[in-house]
Design a protein around this ligand. Sequence first.
Ligand SMILES: Nc1ncnc2c1ncn2[C@@H]1O[C@H](COP(=O)(O)OP(=O)(O)OP(=O)(O)O)[C@@H](O)[C@H]1O
Length: 256
Amino acid sequence: MPEPIITINQLSKTYHTERGKEIKAIENFNLQIYVNNFICIVGPSGCGKSTLLRIIAGLDSASSGLVSFQGQPISKPSRDIGMVFQEYSLLPWLTVIDNVALGLEFAKQSRSVRLDVAVSFLKMVGLEDYARAYPYELSGGMQQRVAIARALANNPQVLLMDEPFGALDAHTRILMQKELLAIWEKNMKTIVFVTHSVDEAIYLADTIIVMSSHPGGVKEVIKVNMARPRDRANPIYGQLASQILCMLEEEVTKVK
Ligand SMILES: Nc1ncnc2c1ncn2[C@@H]1O[C@H](COP(=O)(O)OP(=O)(O)OP(=O)(O)O)[C@@H](O)[C@H]1O
């Protein structure tokens, strides 16, 4: 059995609000993530999905427990772990290519080398013709592809994606799912992808983590044993979707 690339052990996170209230966002969360796995995390609103990703990214700290990358505790952001958010977070005053090259920290590399790398990732997401455009000239889906290219240009070993297609229309979202899978298959990155869409999770994931709520934990770990590309018309797809929706409903009604 290979070593996990990310290990989450007994993770808990409690926030202390300015008004002195304690919010237990995550409690006793355990998970092992293996190289090249595509993990999707689903769970009711407020169950701690973004908190979990932020802790894995080193953007926030655990209250207790341990989160490690290749056996080393994660304490700060690193180039090994990239993140893509729902909002595209491109810098509006930079061209598309400069946005992608921005993250490249090849301190000793010339600008032309950085731009060459950026172009190769823009090609990967099909936007090489827009290299000199500004973000406002692009659609939402195109901007998100730039954000993905920017994250990949840093050559992270793990890509964390927090509801990255949530703001897209249904048609663009399906195209982006296909594109992301193609990129993943070409690059074989470990991906941890948060989504509210059960359909999206089944389409993308090797493994789906269903989170329990208040505080967030692992409710169920589901291996998706369906050949890719997944066929939404396959009855197993529908059965799995209704099974996961039932679990989520249980969690939502538990809170009420
Ligand atoms: N900075 C913060 N200070 C206080 N409480 C916070 C903070 N960030 C998150 N929380 C609380 O922690 C819990 C988990 O929040 P989080 O954003 O991780 O959930 P989520 O599952 O990503 O939600 P959603 O699906 O709605 O985006 C929520 O109750 C939220 O109010």
